[in-house]
Design a protein. Structure first.
Length: 346
């Protein structure tokens, strides 16, 4: 059976084209053709030219951002490094913080605080390769309860699978139990960061998403051996915020660690000396390499606290790694900790 044609709606019926409309359409087509010819043939430096011999014109422009300075001046009666070695983990932390003026001096009500632990590896906490989750949980509770912070964020960009590292290290459980909010990296979480004066990361990709609207930043770093730079403590901890092909910086490890002190000016550096990875760092893997350090430090000088921990917790004496001298030369702190450490006892 032959199908009948559907009836066209009247608005689709053809109407005769007037001479005026015909001439207008011809002119429009000619203008568009001329414009197309222009943009296709005009020299590269002419307006609207489509020529791009180098391919650089097609690369989107990225405006790098700058991190703010998160530091807070310590009270005049306080010292630069606080040391806690008595009591349980919570008491050690509180003593260390009290020596530098108390946590409530640095963190105010309604602050949004970012805590950066070391979660680089898929390791259990007893291996000393990552921050102590118990210490992190205590710190988050102090920030939320004592300081009445609006929010505490916990972030790192691990070398191995982020989800696995946060789970195996106990950092996720401890953070969420205490009321913190975990930030895991993904491809959209990074922005180009500008760090004036840096040798290697003048402009580099940075794990920026968790820093949105952040008021204060605290580093929480374990003390451990490092096969390339000698030690991984507070300054090296910020390496975990870099994106891109950051492993290339291992070729100039001391320059990159010192650059990190220009990139990040934290409110506080808390050094986790509860478990010290004495050798086979930074990854560890053998519990026999870990020594009970029984110490927590808090500091406003990231260079000095690293030097103290290197000498007393890693027990390496004063043959300090090159990156500490480079960081000092870049104005990020002073290696000489003498007379700047206070241990609160009793």
């Amino acid at each position: 059976m032959k199908k009948s044609k559907s009836i066209q709606h009247p608005e689709y019926e053809k109407t005769p084209m007037s001479r005026r409309v015909f001439i207008r359409r011809i002119a429009t087509a000619g203008g568009l053709g001329g414009a197309a010819t222009y943009v296709a043939t005009a020299p590269e430096d002419w307006p609207l030219s489509m020529k791009d011999r180098t391919g650089l014109r097609s690369v989107p422009l990225v405006t790098p951002l700058r991190l703010r300075d998160y530091r807070v001046e310590r009270p005049s009666q306080a010292v630069d490094i606080g040391l806690g070695r008595q009591g349980d983990t919570a008491e050690k932390l509180r003593r260390a913080l009290d020596a530098i003026g108390g946590l409530t001096h640095y963190i105010k009500p309604d602050d949004i605080v970012l805590v950066k632990p070391n979660v680089a590896f898929d390791r259990s906490p007893n291996l000393g390769a990552t921050s102590n989750p118990e210490l992190l949980e205590i710190l988050i509770r102090m920030l939320l309860v004592d300081c009445r912070a609006q929010e505490v964020r916990v972030a790192d960009n691990p070398i191995e699978s982020p989800a696995d590292c946060f789970a195996k290290s106990g950092i996720r459980y401890a953070s969420e139990k205490a009321g913190g909010r975990i930030y895991l990296p993904d491809s959209n979480a990074f922005k180009m960061l500008q760090t004036p004066g840096a040798e290697l990361i003048g402009q580099w990709w940075f794990f920026h998403r968790p820093f949105t609207n952040v008021d204060k930043v605290i580093g929480l770093a374990p003390v451990k051996d490092h096969n390339l730079c000698g030690a991984s403590i507070g300054m090296k901890n910020w390496y975990g915020l870099l994106g891109g092909t950051r492993n290339q910086f291992h070729q100039d490890i001391h320059a990159i660690v010192s650059d990190l002190t220009l990139m990040m000016k934290p409110t506080l550096t808390i050094v986790d000396g509860t478990h010290v990875l004495m050798q086979n760092g930074p990854t560890g893997g053998d519990p026999s390499n870990v020594k009970a350090g029984n110490a927590v430090l808090a500091s406003v000088d990231p260079v000095a606290v690293d030097a103290w921990a290197y000498e007393h917790l890693l027990e390496r004496g004063r043959d300090y790694p090159e990156y500490m001298f480079k960081a000092e030369a870049k104005g990020s702190g002073s290696i000489n900790w003498e007379g700047r450490v206070r241990e609160i006892t009793g």
